[in-house]
Design a protein around this ligand. Structure first.
Ligand SMILES: [Ca+2]
Ligand SMILES: [Ca+2]
Length: 196
C-alpha cells in the first residue's frame, strides 16, 4: 500500500523514493534540525505519515531540507498520494530559505499554506503545492514568484488532528543554457526559411 504510490505515479520513468519513512525512519520533528534529503535532476519523492494516531499522542511534524544545485530550478512541488481518515481535512505546509525553519514565526517563511487532496483528470491524486505556495503565504511570510532558484530550502508539513500519509514530488529542472537556446532559435529560423 505504501510502496504502491511510486508505481501509481502519473508519469513514466518513476524512480525510487528519495525518502520512505517505512524504510528510512520518521522525518525530523525539529525545525532547527531537519532531515537532509539529497535531490537530483527530475522527480524527488518523499513518502511518509504525519499528524497524530487516532487524534491522540504527540503530533508528528515532518521537516526536511534540500539543496537546489547551481544551474537548476525547483519547478514543481506536487502531492501525488494522500490518505486521510475522512475527506475535507486540510494539512499545513511551509517552506523557508536555509537549512532550518522557524515553526513558531510564519513571518520568516518564504511561504506557507493549507492543502488537501485534489484529483487530476484521471482520478489520481494531484495537488499543485507549488502553486499554493506561490499564491501565498496564507499566514504571513516573505512570498515568492515562479520557480525557486539554486540554494538550500527547508520544507515542513504538519497535520493537526488526524494521521495522514502523503507522497510529495519535488521536480528539479535544469536551466536551459543560453547557448542551447540560441541554437534552438537558429534551428527554428533555418527550418522556417526552408519551409518558405
Ligand atoms: Ca513522519
Ligand atoms: Ca516527524
Amino acid at each position: 500500500m505504501v510502496l504502491s504510490a511510486a508505481v501509481a505515479l502519473p508519469f513514466s520513468g518513476a524512480k525510487a523514493l528519495n525518502w520512505n519513512e517505512v524504510l528510512d525512519g520518521d522525518l525530523s520533528d525539529d525545525g532547527n534540525a531537519p532531515t537532509f534529503i539529497n535531490f537530483t535532476e527530475g522527480h524527488n519523492l518523499i513518502e511518509g505519515t504525519m499528524g497524530s494516531l487516532n487524534g491522540t499522542g504527540p503530533l508528528d511534524a515532518d521537516v526536511w531540507t534540500f539543496t537546489i544545485a547551481a544551474g537548476y530550478y525547483l519547478t514543481g512541488i506536487n502531492l501525488v498520494s494522500y490518505s486521510a481518515p475522512s475527506s475535507g481535512i486540510d494539512s499545513f505546509m511551509a517552506i523557508a530559505e536555509g537549512s532550518s525553519i522557524n515553526t513558531s514565526d510564519p513571518s520568516l517563511h518564504l511561504s506557507n499554506g493549507l492543502w488537501t487532496e485534489e484529483l487530476d483528470g484521471f482520478g489520481n491524486t494531484f495537488t499543485d503545492l507549488m502553486a499554493i505556495l506561490d499564491a501565498g503565504p496564507e499566514y504571513g511570510g516573505i512570498g515568492f514568484d515562479g520557480p525557486l532558484g539554486p540554494g538550500t530550502y527547508t520544507f515542513w508539513v504538519q497535520e493537526g488532528s488526524a494521521q495522514v500519509s502523503y507522497c510529495i514530488d519535488f521536480v528539479v529542472t535544469p536551466v536551459p543554457e543560453p547557448g542551447s537556446l540560441m541554437l534552438l532559435g537558429l534551428a527554428g529560423a533555418l527550418a522556417l526559411r526552408r519551409r518558405r
